[in-house]
Design a protein around this ligand. Structure first.
Ligand code: GAP
Length: 512
């Protein structure tokens, strides 16, 4: 199965097994909005809890808040979002389709990089063991030509983005002969800026003075509460404030399933530091956050850093942690050194001081901020796309198995009486009633045992416990491992401990 087929499989599997549904589906859906189903919500909650515990519980100097989605509209003026939270848009005059100009160019460069990869694959096959990839990359004329094109476009693109040069952005699209995927033509309009915030109004009057924005990031709720939190928790700098919650963006290129949504959830942490120390903290958080992603247990080669081509209006250093989704390496988390931009700006717009008295320096200052911001939905997508595997078994049949990290799996253990008679269901319920107090457990007595195992594999349940006639004689059950499908006979009294040792989030936290 190639990447494209795998991605389609992830989307259809997510729907079929109750992870993710298109929003408002019976009304033909709502573009770039999705609902989480029974197993999706469990997975999402588990990821959120893992993030929260690893931030708040494991750091004595990080505390949490939950600020409102509606905020005073001036906040978005102060943060720069009203003036600068824009995407460069371009329309194709023939198809009337609208695109992000930067995405068209990035996709073009990614396609060129794919061409290089394909050439290398072909050469590997042709030359076999003698193949020297480094030499080939440096000397093959076709490859150097493609690489030169990428380098030239990249330099021009970086400059145009940094200087907000919309005319040159359009010219790059024209020069690269980028065509609209729908009409196939190069008939492009001018590039112009489009603000991504959703607006609404508060109260009964639809006057502009009542206009509010749905927050495009959760971070501002942390900034405006900085002093409230610092005073009530008596935190000393350096310290952090963590928050998870919904954010809204009127994304133009809404595609790739839950990768780019109009309503999504962020998990953000603002770390307040002494001015001048921010770049050290930035490096520190870059490292820590990559370790957090690695702790999920997927191959480390699936993650990489990418420095920003264009720094946001508030940052003096920024990078992404990218994950290799089925459609290529893309941003999973952003890490930004946001300077004192936000707090200073809120001081200016609100007229209130947002300063910290540092007892060690015996002076007051506006702290600098290092931010870590990861998309919860993108983390769900990374986990689903990495976990879903279709295996061919010895008997030639196939099974779909979700190899979700145990501590994040929606259902941790299933209790399955072999038959619906002879007292097996009662024995099963006895075990289920015990396990459900500790973790999310399912009891299932419908269909053949084989079908029930497959259902649990498909939603990623790490363990299945089968109650059979021997259980009634000697109180033993079988425990089946999702990944190996191996079954072992154990005493029923040991199930709770064996399962909890393997699925408990505490074990994952210890590894951090
Ligand atoms: N406060 C900083 C901030 O919002 P960002 O890089 O724009 O930075 C942070 O967003 C993270 O939020 C991204 O790395 C991504 O995981 C997630 N995210 C952003 N836009 C998204 C969207 N439209 N759909 C899903 N997730 C999104």
């Amino acid at each position: 199965m190639n990447n494209e087929e795998h991605f389609k499989n992830v989307i259809s599997h997510s729907k079929e097994y109750g992870f993710i549904f298109p929003s408002s589906e019976i009304y033909d859906g709502l573009s770039a909005v999705y609902d989480y189903g029974t197993y999706g919500v469990e997975l999402k909650n588990n990821i959120r809890t893992y993030w929260w515990k690893s931030m708040v519980q494991l750091h004595e100097n990080i505390v949490g808040i939950d600020s409102a989605i509606f905020m005073h509209p001036t906040i978005w003026k102060a943060s720069g979002h009203v003036d600068a939270f824009n995407d460069p848009l371009v329309d194709n005059k023939d198809s009337k389709k609208r695109y992000r100009a930067d995405v068209l160019i990035e996709d073009y460069m990614a396609k060129q990089a794919d061409k290089i990869e394909k050439e290398v694959e072909k050469a590997k096959k042709r030359f076999g063991e003698k193949f020297d990839e480094t030499l080939y990359l440096a000397t093959n004329p076709r490859i150097t030509e493609i690489q030169n094109t990428i380098n030239t476009v990249h330099t021009r693109f970086k400059k145009a983005m940094e200087e907000n040069d919309l005319v040159d952005l359009r010219q790059i699209i024209v020069d690269c002969e980028i065509v609209c995927p729908i009409s196939g033509t190069k008939n492009w309009t001018d590039v112009r800026q489009f603000n991504l915030m959703f607006s609404t109004s508060m109260g009964a009057m639809e006057e502009s003075s009542n206009q509010l924005y749905l927050r495009p990031e959760t971070a501002q709720g942390i900034f405006v509460n900085f002093l409230n939190v610092q005073k009530t928790t008596r935190m000393k700098i350096p310290f952090g404030i963590a928050q998870t919650g919904k954010a809204f963006r009127n994304e133009i290129v809404a595609r790739q399933f839950i990768f780019r949504m109009r309503e999504f959830e962020q998990m953000e942490m603002q770390f307040f530091v002494q001015p001048g120390t921010e770049l050290q903290w930035y490096e520190n958080w870059k490292k820590k956050r990559l370790e957090w992603h690695h702790s999920l247990g997927f191959p480390q080669s699936k993650y990489r850093y990418k420095d920003h081509t264009k720094l946001a209006h508030y940052a003096n250093a920024a990078c992404d942690i990218e994950f290799e989704f089925p459609f290529g390496f893309k941003e999973l988390e952003g890490i930004h050194s946001r300077t004192d931009f936000d707090l200073k700006s809120h001081e200016k717009f609100s007229g209130k001081k947002l300063q910290y008295f540092d007892p060690e320096l015996n002076s007051s200052y506006v702290p600098y901020v290092v931010e870590t911001s990861v998309g919860l939905d993108r983390t769900v997508l990374a986990i689903l796309s990495q976990s879903l595997t279709t295996e061919t078994l010895e008997d030639g049949t196939t099974r779909d198995v979700m190899r979700i990290p145990h501590f994040l799996a929606p259902v941790k253990v299933a209790v399955l009486p072999l038959m619906k008679k002879d007292g097996l269901p009662e024995k099963g319920m006895e075990l289920f009633n015990k396990l459900k107090l500790r973790t999310y457990c399912q009891y299932d007595e419908k269909d053949s045992i084989g079908k029930r195992y497959r259902r649990q594999d498909a939603i990623g349940t790490p363990y299945a416990i089968t109650i059979d006639h021997q259980t009634l004689e000697d109180n033993t059950v079988t425990i089946r491992d999702r990944d190996t499908m191996k079954q072992e006979r154990i005493n029923m009294d040991e199930v709770e401990k064996i399962v909890m040792d393997k699925v408990d989030i505490t074990e994952a936290l210890k590894r951090l």
